[in-house]
Design a protein around this ligand. Structure first.
Ligand code: BG6
Length: 489
């Protein structure tokens, strides 16, 4: 539990007119308010370059809530109450004088304040400088930073240095929205709230781990950002490596920011560096071509973009973790846009039994698998071998059957929250557990930078794959070479 403190007076939202604010941040803040979870008197001041005043920003926010809240969450009175919290101050981050005006707008700027930066990373430095100059970076100010935090290790260090000149690490909250997802945290409950997994959660018990984040969407109006980023930076450096760390880390001693982040950080530092000599063997990149997704015909990436591009929209990697627990266990990770289905999933494949007593009687055994489905459904499934009913006069019939734990069904009454609800509440309350520490971010970049350096050294270009498939065929070969098949059903 975060220590008891005075309720927060003010939340300051930079990038308040952006896509994230409309889709996620405003609906999340409303969700928290609706449930009485925001401090009663907390005001929310939005800032961006657009020229709104309090009233026109409230109208803007109302439109966003109308569009992005599910119908069953729309309560006219509660929306009206929420909108009253909102204020707005237009601001050009490069204009120092504007921050003084912002500080005046906030009123008593010496009080506790939480700031959320959801702007282009190029604005981070001037924004921090502006906040500092206007007295908005004192000892009771926390700052939340939305990705992307740079585009490689060097640029991420630059941003981290700029923030660190003004804010100490214990007041910096770096967002990875995957850490706010319910099922992602369920990995912790599954691993460390049950005794039976831990003894086999290692190279002796596990054959391989597969992490998939497949999306059906394409560029989505984000060409400017995405084409400069690509799947490795956009998804692997952050979300996928965070999932990998939660699966691979040693048991933390406590559920707190230091203990959990220490263990994740050790995993990142144990990732085997992929050298230019190995990169073509252990990574596969792709770019979607034209095809059909969910019955709809869709354009190729380059056509959507309007020009040829060497940006990867798909990546598969065979990663290794060089420590005692995971020696020899491949972690296959893959993510892509315009894939066959939308699915985020972790599949843990256990080792085969050392000897099958059924072999002589025709019984075939499959290795056990644990499937953690994060989205669109939330469930945990353990695939175990069972005997099919019958007298077995022509041999023993064994079949893989699922033990299902459907989170959707078990917790049917509980509301599924947007990941940002939890993260914004933690920022408001000052709990850093689910935010990414500087050493984590930098170790993540160091690992993915080496991959990109390898691609450059080998002049590796993404292979085309038809939209609506599981990526280039080379991604299948990546695991098949090791006798492993991707979990695709
Ligand atoms: C974001 C990426 O961080 O995560 C997007 O920038 C991606 O490209 C998104 O679509 C996926 O998030 P989710 O929660 O929809 O799986």
């Amino acid at each position: 539990m975060p220590e008891a403190r005075q309720p927060l007076d003010h939340l300051l939202l930079f990038g308040a007119t952006g896509d994230l604010a409309q889709r996620m941040l405003l609906p999340s803040l409303y969700g928290l308010d609706e449930d009485g979870l925001l401090p009663a008197d907390m005001a929310i001041t939005g800032t961006a370059r657009t020229d709104y005043d309090d009233n026109s920003y409230r109208a803007f926010a109302k439109k966003a809530l109308d569009q992005f809240l599910p119908d069953d969450r729309k309560d006219k009175d509660k929306i009206a109450t929420f909108l009253k919290r909102l204020r707005y101050q237009s601001l050009d981050a490069n204009d120092l004088a504007g921050f003084k005006v912002l500080a005046d707008k906030i009123g008593d700027a010496s009080k506790e304040l939480a700031i959320f930066l959801s702007t282009a990373p190029s604005l981070f430095e001037p924004t921090i400088r502006g906040l500092d100059s206007a007295g908005l970076a004192h000892g009771m100010v926390r700052i939340g930073l939305e990705k992307p935090l740079g585009y490689d290790l060097a640029s991420s260090r630059e941003i981290n240095d700029a923030v660190a000149r003004v804010f100490p690490e214990d007041r910096i909250f770096r967002i990875d929205h995957y850490l706010g997802k319910e099922t992602v945290q369920n990995i912790l409950a599954l691993r460390f709230g049950n005794s039976f997994f831990e003894p086999v959660w290692n190279a002796q018990g596990i054959d391989n781990v597969q992490i998939t984040i497949a999306e059906t969407v394409g560029l989505e109006e984000r060409a400017g950002y995405y084409d400069g980023a690509g799947a490795l930076r956009d998804m692997v450096t952050n979300h996928m490596l965070q999932l990998l760390a939660l699966i691979a880390m040693e048991p933390p001693a406590r559920f707190d920011g230091t203990a959990i982040r220490d263990e994740k950080s050790k995993v990142f530092r144990s990732l085997r560096t992929i050298t230019p000599e190995q990169v073509s063997q252990v990574t596969v990149t792709g770019q979607y071509g034209a095809g059909a997704v969910g019955g709809a015909v869709v354009k190729a990436y380059a056509e959507e973009l309007g020009k040829p591009s060497a940006t990867e929209t798909f990546i598969a990697i065979k990663a290794n973790i060089d420590n005692w627990r995971w020696q020899g266990v491949p972690f296959y990770i893959r993510t892509g846009k315009r894939m066959a289905v939308r699915r985020s999933e972790i599949a843990i494949q256990f080792r085969r039994v050392p000897h099958s007593m059924f072999a002589g009687r025709g019984g075939l055994l499959q290795p056990n698998k644990l499937i953690i489905r994060l989205q669109p459904e939330e469930y945990i499934q353990m695939l175990v071998m069972a005997k099919a009913p019958g007298l077995d006069r022509d041999g023993i019939h064994l079949r893989e059957v699922p033990l299902n734990l459907s989170m959707d069904a078990e917790f049917a009454g509980a509301r599924r929250r947007i990941a940002y609800e939890r993260l914004l509440l933690d920022l408001i309350e000052g709990d850093q557990t689910l935010f990414v520490r500087r050493d984590e971010v930098e170790a993540q970049w160091a690992w993915t930078d080496a991959i990109r350096a390898g691609w450059a050294a080998n002049d590796m270009k993404p292979k085309s794959y038809p939209s609506g498939t599981w990526g280039p065929s080379a991604a299948i070969a990546l695991t098949e070479r090791d006798g492993v098949t991707w979990q695709d059903d």
